[in-house]
Design a protein around this ligand. Structure first.
Ligand SMILES: O=C(O)CCC(=O)C(=O)O
Ligand SMILES: [Fe+2]
Length: 359
């Protein structure tokens, strides 16, 4: 990445106020720029469903030849219906997960001057600390601070990661590497569930990009007026997400918002736009958002996986035929980055710009 060309303008730095700073100041109202139009507020106008029916896939069943086909079937159903499932017994030790959450918590609890060392409003920067989505272009601001960093291959990037807290690189590094291994396994399973070879695009999956978005949502005095992150789908193939407490909501096929419970030790798997495209529309890139709350500081760690930066992604040829014409044009991760640097994501989903109009 051409990070060195980027940097941030001093004017955008001057306008920067983190959500954490506002929370620590003890504001009793969110500033006007955080107030969403009534139709986009998290409640009471949006429908809300209990979360009991969200799929949970037990990966330990893969070891049992008789249960393995059930796992593939569960992944297929969840990917078609929602583009979302949680995995348990995924093989990543609790200690690795807990240490990653500790590193995230310690980073955001540092003084603002320390975090500002990584501040940038340049979306191509390989490591950047910021607030909202892109506070320079956002019409409405979101109650979120984040640090995002490129993560694979780790040796190319780790020297740029936060050096404070001193254990950050080691703890987040162990998590990142373990998640990358799990991602390869999950990509194979998702491809298999589409009837493709599990090794489909193996090299591109191995060499693809991994961006870790470490998010902090401080306690918010008026959670009913704002969101931590607005409805969006992730651009990549898969996102593996860890949340410290509930707050993530996914949109189901009836367009209801469903709250995702925080299950001890589970990891959330979300299909992204690239997977929707590769599946030729059989699977869904899940639309999701994060709500905020008055009582807790919430953290999430989203590991966003995508095929290599310049690789053009299109529907798998095996999934295109006369009955199922090619539903999307090819696009690359680079095209997506260009899109988000120009646009406010509230104006539309990237994937809609690559959809073919099939009569
Ligand atoms: O915080 C969450 O639960 C969601 C984060 C997210 O969607 C993202 O970083 O893309
Ligand atoms: Fe997301």
């Amino acid at each position: 990445m051409e990070g060195a060309q980027g940097g941030s303008s001093s004017s955008s730095r001057g306008l920067f106020t983190s959500a954490m700073t506002l929370s620590q100041l003890g504001v009793s109202h969110v500033p006007q720029r955080y107030v969403l139009p009534p139709s986009q507020r998290p409640n009471p106008t949006t429908k809300y469903c209990p979360s009991a029916n969200l799929p949970i896939v037990d990966l330990s069943s893969l070891q049992h030849p008789t249960l393995r086909p059930n796992v593939i079937h569960e992944i297929r159903m969840a990917s078609k219906e929602l583009g979302f499932f949680q995995v348990i017994n995924h093989g990543i030790p609790h200690s690795v997960i807990n240490h990653a959450m500790e590193a995230a918590t310690e980073f955001f609890n540092l003084p603002i001057e320390e975090k500002m060392l990584l501040f940038s409003d340049y979306t191509h920067e390989p490591v950047r600390y910021g607030t909202s989505l892109n506070h320079v272009v956002d019409q409405v601001h979101y109650w979120r601070d984040f640090v995002k960093h490129y993560s694979h291959p780790i040796s190319d990037w780790i020297h740029l990661w936060p050096s404070n807290p001193p254990t950050y690189k080691e703890k987040m590094g162990n998590y990142t590497k373990a998640i990358h291994v799990l991602q390869k396994q999950l990509m194979g399973l998702v491809f298999e569930s589409l009837g493709l070879n599990p090794n489909y695009l193996e090299q591109e999956v191995e060499n693809g990009a991994q961006v870790l978005a470490v998010n902090c949502y401080p306690p918010c005095p008026q959670p009913e007026l704002t969101l931590g992150i607005p409805p969006h789908s992730d651009y990549g193939s898969l996102t593996i997400l860890l949340q410290s407490c509930p707050g993530l909501q996914v949109m189901d096929s009836n367009k209801n918002w469903v709250s995702v419970p925080a299950i001890e030790g589970a990891l959330i798997v979300q299909l992204g736009d690239q997977m929707e495209v590769m599946s030729n529309g059989q699977y869904k890139g899940v639309v999701h958002r994060a709500t905020v709350n008055m009582a807790n500081q919430r953290f999430s760690i989203a590991s966003l996986h995508s095929l290599a930066l310049s690789k053009k992604i299109g529907p798998a040829p095996q999934l295109v035929d006369e009955q199922h014409p090619k539903a999307y044009e090819e696009f690359s991760f680079q095209d997506f980055l260009d899109f988000i640097s120009r646009n406010d994501i509230m104006k539309g989903r990237f994937i809609d710009t690559v959809k073919n109009n099939i009569p």
